[in-house]
Design a protein around this ligand. Structure first.
Ligand SMILES: O=C1C[C@@H](c2ccc(O)c(O)c2)Oc2cc(O)cc(O)c21
Ligand SMILES: O=C(O)CCC(=O)C(=O)O
Ligand SMILES: [Fe+2]
Length: 355
């Protein structure tokens, strides 16, 4: 269902509210959910890992050291940054330029690509989930990029010119990089290098471009609510504004320092289950600010809907986290049910709020 329409016949878009002094009430979060750390107070705790030498076939001294750093980061945070990853800086900058041009188009032009139910990709406002009590301060565009049979090119805009070919190239390079990283994680679990990609069956990829317009009251709202990504691994590219935050305990948030051309890599729920919880699924969110818009590109690498979810390796003394193998579709259904329960609980726990 499309969001409620306003007088202009289009729903409210945060990109069109640049001159407003206050935010609408449906963007205001409860006090305990509001940002605790600013978008530009950066923390150095998240490991930054150079992938230079990862593919060396010389006995692998460099590979071994890189793998060790990745495994430590996945165990501690489920999140790290990679540099020297081999994806061309020009490609990343072309992608950001074209994404920015898209979000600068008129509301009518963007709304032509509105992603209603059943559509394979397109433009949305706030969230892909229905029935959210509070809105996120963001607009986004999502491409269903892999498997290539899933591509519905009628959902790939011709404007801005050249975007289609850049997204094709970007998604291909991201797929290659993700598979390399999954190779590292598979080996760390003591299984063959291809084990995680094989477990995904026919790997699915979605490229999601987030646009967080500048916001008059950034302390009252969020660009993107706290969540873990559902899939195996996510490669996130961000501009230099800052706003991505991560937490280990669900309470203390840190802002990830933007690094030019780096990818922030985080594990999702599928990656966590396949490692039997040894690797964390990073809980993260995005905060906004009053000075400038921000953009990020999240490339989600997911298993096929009918891929089997079950730990690839269970270490001595541990029990499998799942009672029985389930499909990824079932895993996602349970996640959604859990999230809905949490929301219901929050609603009843605060009966005077969010009416
Ligand atoms: O929009 C997103 C972001 C992300 C996500 C956000 C909020 C949640 O509650 C959540 O479970 C995930 O991951 C996504 C994954 C998708 O397949 C589509 C999306 O639009 C998103
Ligand atoms: O914009 C960001 O930094 C986070 C985006 C994100 O987490 C997502 O799209 O799933
Ligand atoms: Fe995310």
């Amino acid at each position: 269902m499309a969001p409620t329409q306003t007088q202009s016949s289009l729903p409210f878009m945060p990109t069109s509210a640049m001159e407003e002094q206050t935010i609408r009430s449906n963007f205001i979060r409860d006090e305990d959910e509001r940002p605790k750390v600013a978008h530009d107070v950066f923390c150095d705790d998240i490991p930054i890992i150079s992938l230079e030498g990862l593919d060396d076939e010389d006995g692998g001294a460099k590979r071994e050291a890189i793998c060790k750093s990745i495994v430590e980061a996945c165990q501690e945070w489920g999140l790290f940054q990679v540099v020297d990853h081999g994806i061309d800086a020009q490609l990343i900058s072309d992608m950001f330029r074209l994404c920015k041009d898209f979000f600068n188009l008129s509301p009518e032009e963007k709304y032509k690509f509105y992603m209603s139910a059943g559509k394979k990709g397109g433009f949305q406002i706030s969230s892909h989930l229905q029935g959210q009590l509070v809105q996120d301060w963001r607009e986004f565009f999502i491409y269903f990029s892999y498997p290539t049979e899933n591509r519905d090119y009628t959902r790939w805009p011709e404007k801005p010119e050249g975007w289609i070919s850049v997204v094709e190239e970007y998604s291909k390079k991201a797929m290659e990089l993700a598979c390399k990283l999954l190779g590292v994680l598979s080996e760390a679990m003591g299984v063959e290098r291809e084990a995680l990609t094989k477990a995904c069956v026919n790997m699915d990829q979605k490229v999601l471009i987030n646009c967080y317009p500048k916001c008059p009251q950034p302390d009252l709202t969020l660009g993107l609510r706290p969540h873990t990504d559902p899939g195996t691994i996510t490669l996130l590219s961000q501009d230099q504004v800052g706003g991505l935050q991560a937490t280990r305990d669900g309470e203390t948030w840190i802002t990830v320092k933007p690094i030019p051309n780096a990818f922030v890599v985080n594990l999702g729920d599928h990656g966590m289950f396949m490692s039997n919880g040894r690797f964390k699924n990073a809980l993260h969110q995005a905060v906004v600010n009053s000075e400038t818009s921000r953009m990020s590109i999240a490339t989600f690498q997911n298993p096929a809907q009918d891929a089997i979810v079950y730990p690839l390796a269970v270490r001595e003394g541990e029990k499998p986290m799942l009672d029985a193998p389930i499909t990824f579709a079932e895993m996602y259904k349970r996640k959604m049910a859990r999230d809905t329960e949490i929301q219901k609980f929050e609603k009843t726990a605060n009966p005077m709020e969010k009416k």
